[in-house]
Structures are given as structure tokens and as C-alpha cells.
Design a binder for this molecule. Sequence first.
Ligand code: C2E
Ligand code: CA
Ligand code: CA
Length: 726
Amino acid sequence: MSERSNIIDLLWHNSLVGKFVTLAMVVAFLIMGTNAFINYQSQKDTSLANIISQSEMLGSFIVSITPEAILSYDYDALDNYMEEINKGEDIVYAIILTPEGRPLTSYVDRRNSFIVEKMRNTKKLKLEKLIDDLNKNKFIIQQSFPIFFQNNLLGDFKVGISKSRIEKDLKNKLINQIIVSLILTVLLGIGIFIVFRLYTMKPILQLIQGAQRIAGGTLDKKVKIKSNDELGRLGEVFNQMMDKLRTSIEDKDEALVTVKELNLYLEERVIDRTKELKGVNEQLEKLAMNDSLTGLPNRFCIQNRLNNLFIEAKRDNSVFTVVMMDLDRFKDINDTLGHDCGDQLLIEVGLRLKDILRPSDFLGRLGGDEFAILLTETDENNAKTVAQKIQSALEPSFYLSEMAFSIAASIGIATYPQHGSTTSTILKSADVAMYYAKQNKLEYCIYNPGADRNTPDRLSLMGELRQAIHEDQLELFYQPEVDLSSRRIIGVEALVRWNHPERGFIPPDDFIPMAEQSGLIRPLTYWVLNSAIRQREKWHDMGIDILISINISMHNLNDTEFAPQLEMLLQNTDVPVEYFEFEVTESSIMDNPDHVVEVMDKLNTLNVSFAVDDFGTGYSSLSLLKKLPVHKLKIDKSFIMEMETDSDDEAIVHSVIDMAHILGLNVIAEGVENEKVIQLLTSLGCDLVQGYHISRPLPAKLITPMLEHGSWDADNGHSGAVHNLR
Ligand code: C2E
Ligand code: CA
Ligand code: CA
């Protein structure tokens, strides 16, 4: 039942065809109906005119023939005439009256229903009254014709004609026509419905079904409309649209697959990269653990061991001692006999030390000609014996280049817990003791806190440094940093110099650590920053736009005043902060990595950028480097200067460059002293270089021409322009 009403709904109420057929039928019916009605009206008029003209003919006929009968009072003849009139179908009555109104003869149609009715109701019907009533009837037309004879009025002929028969006929005709119209309208409706269904609705329904299929996701079944009208074209366009849609969906699917594949590929690459990074890290750590020259544990390894010793000693309440040793006049041997001999000597020393030590003692090379020995459960007295054993082991001559050499060593001793409770402090204590032994030409020296900080010499030098900062004895030298691919100078490193009025030139390595310990590093750094900014302004005015790298000590980063001072200085200059870069050494970062990350992040809000200085000596981890807001690694000069001859160093430099690039960092190599190293670094993909081969650090005045030139060209030999300047 509901299905049927659905079909009716579809075919009629909810369909175009229903609406169209209804409209067409109404219009057709209205046209035909109106036509029939107009016909009816005009026929009625014509019939009426006919009746009137018939009666007029009758009237004129009667008027022409009756005078004679009236004049001769021939009533029979007059009655005969009336008899004749009786034959006229629509004549209801006829009467001839004298001029006085007396009837001479009359005729009344007794079949007429009105008259039949009157006669039935009235017993004695008066003729005048009957005619009077008849005339009031709207279906009867009365006409009157005067009868003359030679201009004398003889009487009046009146005739009443009924319209009702004609009207009845015409009405019947009208009804017939309306019925025919209705039938025609229905037939027309059916015709239109069939044609519409066949030629219009069928294609439209096909299109609807096609669209429903598309909505359901079927895009390969075309609609088939066999017609060449607009609907046929609509079908073609519909099919084309579906094709386009299908291809674009296919394209999209394909693109999605590609994106998925790319994602997978990327994920794989990320995994590979992570593996690579891990590998590089492991390789670096391995390289970092052992000193390639002597095969002894290196500084990193020594520090590790020390860290463990602290844990064990603190746990077991035990003591241990650090013995630090360096060779006297090693630099001379290196300089006169060459690096190979120096290297050979270091290997020999390592072997002799190993010989005299117990297996539980830990021997390592700190770097250069410095060795460290960690003696577990050994106090300073026992350590003294070890120091003496070392001195006697070094007594026999060394044979280098077929020459005999005797070599002495300076030994410093520091013991836990008296001389330090952290790795760096105990190493520093042993270092100070060693320095003291060297200065005083002692066989060995045990750390004495009093001898460290407050030597009269130190105290006076510190006072002088304070003065020097205020009296402008300091000067900034600048050393260019060159882009390897373009050979353009992209920046300079600012390096401080102290021109002491009596002692002469004091290298920064001799007063910076002191300034750090005494707190003078704050005014010193402020002076350096201020001078660098002023110099940068001068260069800017000359059209030289380069980066200035400034060395920042860990003490500065720990100083809460540092950031506000820096901010103030930067506010008072037009030079954008992007033109300054801060170098922080890797080892100072490693002293307290978490803290450094925090401080660097804070300073990063001032938009200053950081570089890790002396990279390779501090044994930082990849994970830490990733956390730091640095964008540059400066490989320590000790690797660069040796890489030409030392394949281990070259391997380290190679790994560092690769790793830095993986981390998205720029790499600069410092300590570049010849063209061969430049070639090597270029082949390893290093970004920037700095070193004596390009230029020694120079005062602003002397470096300016080179900066104006803008690029470094080896042949022109800007390198070593002023050889005597440090
Ligand atoms: P650094 O930051 O590693 O500076 C590079 C040092 O390497 C400089 O020594 C430079 O003269 C030297 N150098 C450059 N090229 C070569 C080369 O080809 N071969 C060799 N053998 N050496 C080269 P410098 O100027 O004596 O500075 C020593 C250290 O003093 C610096 O090491 C830095 O740590 C510190 N320093 C210098 N100026 C400042 C400063 O303004 N503030 C602070 N906090 N530290 C400073
Ligand atoms: Ca530096
Ligand atoms: Ca450096």
C-alpha cells in the first residue's frame, strides 16, 4: 500500500510530469471551455436574431394580407391566418387587435408549458390577462406590427415568440461541448504524460540514478541517454563530469599513496639518521676515550675515572691522590727536533711510567706533554714515593733521532678530600701544585691552598689588571673567519691583548683564568663587549658588515648582571644584535650543562647567537648539543693543527663535521696554519676557517684593509701580514 502511494508520489505529487500535466490540462480545459461558452453565446445571439427576423417577416406578411379581411370583417380568414401561424414552432401567441384594443382574432399555443400551467390554475382565463402575463416572461419576446390601409390604422398585430426552445437546445449543445472538452483534456493529459515520461522523465530519472550512484561511490557506470536534445547533452556532460571526478579521485588516491610512501621513507631516513648519529657518537666517544698517540686514556677518560673515584671514595670514606706531571722544555724539543721526535718522546715517557706503576694505578695523558696518574687509596705521603719513582724512571736518557736526551718533569700532587671535592677542583689543585714545582724547580710539589691564590705575584698582577681595564692598557685584536666555499671574510673573532707597561705583552691565557678567579672577568668582559661594539659601529660606517665573535667565560654566564649589562650595551648601539656571536668553550659548558642550557636560553631571548668554542676537548654529548641554542661549532685548534699528520685527528675532524651537519650546525676550524689543511678541510665539507694561514689576530687598524677587500685570497698573502703580533 505504502509502495503504491510512493509510486504515486513519485509519478505525480513529487514529480515534474505531474505538475506539468496538471497545468497543461487546466490550461487546455480552460481554453476549450471558454471557446464552447463563446460559441454558445454567439449562437444564442444568432438564434435570437433569427427568431426576431422570422417574426418580423411574419408580422409584415400578416400586415400585408389582413387589411382586406379586417375591412370585410372576414373573421374566418383572420382565424385561418392564425391557424397558419400555429405552425410556427416558437410562436406562443398571436393576436390582432382593433385600434381600440379589442381582439379580432387570436392564437395561443396550448402546448406551451407556461400556458398549460396558467390554464390549469385559472378556471376562466382572460385573453388580455394571459398575454399580459406572457409578456412578463423573460423567455418571450413580444413584437407589435400596426396594420394600415391607405394610411388609416386598421389594427395591431402582436406576436409573442418563445426563446426557451432555442436556449434549451443551445444549453444542451454547450454541455455536450464541455463533456467533449473534458474527454479531450484527459486524453491530452495522458498523451503529454506518456510523451513526457518517455522523452523527458526517463532521462531525468536516469540522471538522478546516476547522481545517486556517484553519491554511493560508483563512478564507472555511465548514464545512457539516447536523445540528441538538451537532456542528451546534459547526459554527455554528466558522464564527462563523472570521468573527471573519477580521475581526480584516482589522482588524489595516488597522491595519498605517494604521501604515505614518502612518510614511510622519511621515517626510515629518520631511523637511519638516528642510527648514524648514534654511530658517530659512539665513534666520537671511542676516539675520545683514548689518546691516539700513546694509546693511554685521554682527558675525558681521566675525568670519567675521577668522577667514579669520587663516588667510591665518598661511599667508602677513603682517600685517593691525583699526580699531575708535565715535561720541562718539551716545547723546545718539539720546536728543534720536530713533532715526530716530540711524539716519540711522549710515547716513551708513557711506557716508562706504565712500567713503574701498579696495575691498580690509572695513567692517562691529559694533552700535550701533560700526564695524570690516579692513585686509589693513596695519601700524599705514598704519593710522594710515586713522584720520586717517576723522576727516577725518567732519569735515563731518551734516544731520539739517534741523539741522547735527558728530560726532567714537574710533578704536582693533590689528594682527596683535602685538595678538592670535584673533578675540576682536584685537577686544578694538582695543576697549581705542578706549576709551583716547575716555577721553583722542585722534584714534586703537594698542593698548598695558600700558595695558590695569594702568591704576591698573583696579587699584584690582579691589581694591575684592574688598573689595566680602566687605563686602556687592553686592546682588542681581530682574527678573520673565512667562508671556505666563497673565500669571503664573514666575521672576525675579538681576542683581548694586555700590553703591560713593564712586563710587556701578556697573553690572554695568562690573565684570563686569573680574571675569572678574581671576579675581574666581569669588568673585563664589559670592556671587551663595549670595545667590540664601538669598533663594529666604525666598520659599519665604512660599509663593512661582518660578524664579531666574542669569547664569553663561564663566569659571565653565571653572573646575573651579565644579561642586563649586555642588554643595555645593545640598546645603545645601532648595530643589530645579529652581528654579534658569543663563543663559549665546550669544557665550560660541560662543567654544568643544565645550567648553561638555562642561561643560554635566557640570553637567546635577546636574540644573541652562540658558538661552541674549542670543540673536541670537552666531550659533550650529542643530546646536550641538540638542547643548546648554538648554531656553530668551532673545532679546537689542537685537532686542526695535527690533522695533516695525524690520521686520528683527521678522523675526529671528519666525524665532528658530519655530526655538526646532521645537527644542522655550521662548522669552523681554528688554527689553520697552511694551505694543505685548507684543502683537507674543504674536502671534508668544513664551512669556515680561521688561523695564522689566513691572518694572525691583528689590531683593528691593521685588519681593516683586509675587511675592506672583503675576501681572502691566498696568493695575495694577507696571511701573516704582521708576524710579530700575537
Ligand atoms: P680561543 O678562543 O681558542 O682563541 C683562539 C686562540 O688561538 C687565540 O689565541 C689565537 O691567537 C690562536 N690562534 C689563532 N689562529 C691560530 C693558528 O693558526 N695557530 C695557533 N697556534 N694559534 C692560533 P689567544 O689570542 O692567545 O687567545 C687565547 C685564549 O684566550 C682564547 O682562546 C680565549 O679562550 C681566551 N681569550 C682571548 N680573548 C678573550 C676575551 O676577550 N675574553 C675571554 N673570556 N677570553 C678570551
Ligand atoms: Ca674563541
Ligand atoms: Ca678556540
